[in-house]
Design a protein around this ligand. Structure first.
Ligand SMILES: Cc1ncc(C[n+]2csc(CCOP(=O)(O)OP(=O)(O)O)c2C)c(N)n1
Length: 673
């Protein structure tokens, strides 16, 4: 190695800082391996051994508190280098109650610390990349020179999200640095079985604008120079970089792993010989930067620092059991409504467009994106038409055809405390390719970070059938979504509700999935309503009694509200009085209104178009039987879609999805029970 005289990277204080971070990381590993055997709260240990230099140098190249970071689980050196404390990391390792790093909610090495801008990390390999890219988009939109760091292992580059993230970052020329810590193994899978071409640095080749640095992550100067160039490129607005740092994984994958099952003795020995700490220490001595005795004293000091922090962390209390199911949602109350003089009658699609316009005018942080949403098209249903013309391409932009990108970018954008992404998934049927980001990431960031980070994200999705959309344009996904703790699920059935609910959703600090029934967008007879004013909101969790009745209650949402209403109208002519409840939100669920109604009528039918098996109707039926069994005069009934995909041909579609006559018949039978 040769010293580059002019750089900060060769200043003694800087080199000593690198050494300190590497030492602390290594001594923590040694200590953690012991603690895991001592039954003090920790059951699992992920060693960094071999990755210390790339993490330390990366962190020391950032501006803590200004730049953003998404370090992966083998990046403790980065976390320490950026400013996480040894004691905090030990405490969270021992599952203790500390504000940072989830305070015992997550397995160790899932970093999260607000003051140094490390958003909440998960266990899902690869999902950090798109979120980092979303945060880089935020930095760009806010016209700052903030840089975003994201790291992962070589195995993580096999995930589609990695490629989606490279793509999006290059399209938008974003200030993001992807650091791949390539130790040649993903648990037991060697890189030749993992990566085409055998080197993940080659994966960057097709992405124009991406600088690729293929380096030895145990060579100090190579590492420092690559990071300096990548940071400079990002900070000066010249876009993303991919740094692939070859490092050894000296330890097992985790404390549950035995490398002898898949690595030869030679491979194990070879990794040890590449140890970046030993190499850096001898380089410091050979360059005359440190004397051997000095090094020994420094090493002892770092060792003692780690021992002391471990003892201090062990004094900290465990979280109390009662806190286990708290902080699933951030507290929120819908703004107070100020009624306006009712406006002209509008259909649901106009109501949604107007809600977006009003909220974008009010709050410069509201941004809209998705497939085809920008410019004249305004989405395949035209909901976002006019927004790009009106607010510019920064506030309403198209994304690539990639749902994981849409959700991941929304999460990343929402972390800055300024942006409120309102993303569109073109059809709920295609949300599945974004579902990892929704289920595993978006929904639980508030919980996993112990309330430190939240995601004010709205995801709008057209859903539902009755339009001959076939199996891939007809799905009703509300039960899946409602099953996931941490998501709010909204389904309006008319224009006035749609506008007020969407405005509430945009104000909510939690993730809201906003399901819009395609067949209702232009429906006039029931759905068109006089326009509500700019200060009108509907709180979540307040069902609407669409029609009062005494003989039976029907609970519905979306399309079945219309059917239930028509069925009730028809039955009224037979002298049967039906109460129709429109839930409006499934999470939170207004059980009070349902129970009060069932206690009055004694009979309950639940109507939904999603397949019957494990549909949301089953949840309502269970809750009503738990709370109001003694009030029931008949078994709870369900009218639902058949347990079958929704077919295209009209006759087949009609046979699968519930029809008005099915509701009418079921309600008649129930009333006469
Ligand atoms: C999406 C996903 N699949 C599988 C796993 C289980 N898993 C955890 S770490 C890991 C290997 C990751 O290897 P690599 O990205 O190379 O990083 P390294 O552990 O080598 O640093 C696997 C398969 C996971 N956490 N997430």
């Amino acid at each position: 190695m040769k010293l580059c005289e002019t750089s900060l990277y060769t200043e003694k204080f800087y080199l000593l800082k690198v050494l300190e971070v590497m030492h602390l990381t290594r001594f923590m590993d040694d200590k953690m391996a012991k603690l895991v055997r001592q039954n003090k709260g920790a059951t699992f240990h992920l060693a960094v051994t071999g990755h210390e230099m790339i993490g330390a140098v990366s962190a020391l190249s950032m501006k803590p508190g200004t730049d953003w970071a998404y370090p992966y689980y083998r990046d403790r050196a980065f976390a320490l280098g950026l400013g996480c404390t040894v004691e905090d990391l030990f405490a969270t390792f021992l599952t203790r109650e500390v504000p940072n790093h989830s305070g015992g909610r997550m397995m160790p090495e899932h970093f999260s610390q607000k003051n140094i801008r490390i958003p909440c990390q998960s266990s899902v390999v690869g999902s950090q990349y798109l979120q980092a890219v979303g945060t880089a988009k935020s930095a760009q939109l806010r016209k700052t020179d903030e840089v975003v760091y994201v790291s992962g292992g070589d195995g993580s580059t096999s995930q589609g999200d990695f490629h989606e993230a490279l793509n999006f970052s290059c399209i938008h020329n974003l200030p993001v640095i992807f650091v791949i810590q390539d130790n040649g193994w993903a648990i037991s899978v060697p890189v030749k079985e993992q990566t085409a071409g055998g080197n993940c640095a080659k994966l960057g080749a097709g992405y124009e604008g991406l600088a690729v640095f293929d380096i030895d992550g145990c060579d100090y100067l190579q590492t420092a120079e690559a990071l300096a160039s990548a940071v400079e490129k990002a900070r000066s607005g010249q876009g993303p970089s991919l740094v692939v740092a070859k490092v050894p994984r000296i330890s097992p994958h985790s404390s549950s792993d035995d490398p002898k099952k898949y690595k030869s003795e030679e491979q194990i020995e070879e990794a040890k010989k590449r140890d970046p700490i030993a190499r850096f220490e001898s380089w410091l001595i050979s360059e005359g930067i440190l004397q051997p005795q000095e090094l020994e004293a420094i090493r002892r000091e770092h060792f003692n620092q780690v021992e002391k922090a471990a003892v201090a962390a062990d004094q900290l209390p465990f979280p109390v059991k009662e806190s286990a199911d708290t902080k699933v949602f951030a507290p929120f109350e819908a703004p107070a409504s100020t009624p306006s003089t009712p406006g002209e009658s509008i259909v649901l699609m106009d109501a949604l467009n107007h809600a977006l316009v009003e909220e974008m005018e009010r709050d410069p942080g509201v941004v809209v994106f998705g497939q085809d949403v920008a410019w004249g098209k305004g989405g395949v249903f035209g909901i976002t038409r006019t927004l790009t013309d009106r607010f510019g391409k920064e506030r309403c932009f198209n994304t690539p055809l990639a749902e994981s990108t849409i959700v991941g970018v929304a999460i990343g954008l929402s972390q800055d405390g300024f942006h409120k992404p309102v993303a569109e998934i073109q059809f709920a049927d295609y949300s599945w390719t974004g579902m990892n980001q929704i289920f595993n990431e978006l929904s639980s960031i508030y919980y996993r970070s112990n309330g430190m980070w939240n995601c004010p994200v709205v995801i709008r999705m057209p859903y539902g059938g009755y339009i001959q959309g076939g199996p891939y344009h007809s799905q009703s996904t509300e039960a899946f979504l409602s099953h996931c703790p941490g998501l709010k699920v909204v389904i309006p059935s008319n224009a006035a509700d749609a506008k007020r609910l969407l405005k509430t959703a945009i104000r909510d600090p939690n993730p809201v999935i906003f399901l819009e029934h395609k067949a209702l967008y232009r429906q006039r007879l029931f759905c068109a309503r006089p326009e509500t004013g700019p200060e009108e909101f509907l709180p979540f969790g307040e069902a609407n009694i669409v029609r009062s009745g005494t003989d039976a209650t029907v609970v519905a949402w979306g399309m079945t509200v219309l059917m239930a209403n028509e069925a009730a109208e028809a039955l009224s002519k037979e002298g049967i009085s039906i109460e129709v409840i429109d839930l409006r939100t499934l999470v939170p669920l207004d059980m009070d209104t349902i129970l009060a109604s069932v206690m009055r009528t004694g009979k309950l039918l639940i109507a939904h178009e999603a397949a019957r098996n494990c549909g949301f109707g089953a949840e309502i039926a269970a809750r009503v039987s738990e709370k109001a069994f003694m009030y029931l005069d008949a078994p709870i009934q369900r009218v639902a879609g058949k347990d079958c995909p929704v077919p295209y041909c009209k006759d087949l579609e009609d046979a699968v999805l519930p029809q008005k006559k099915d509701l009418e018949e079921a309600l008649r039978n129930l009333a006469n029970f």
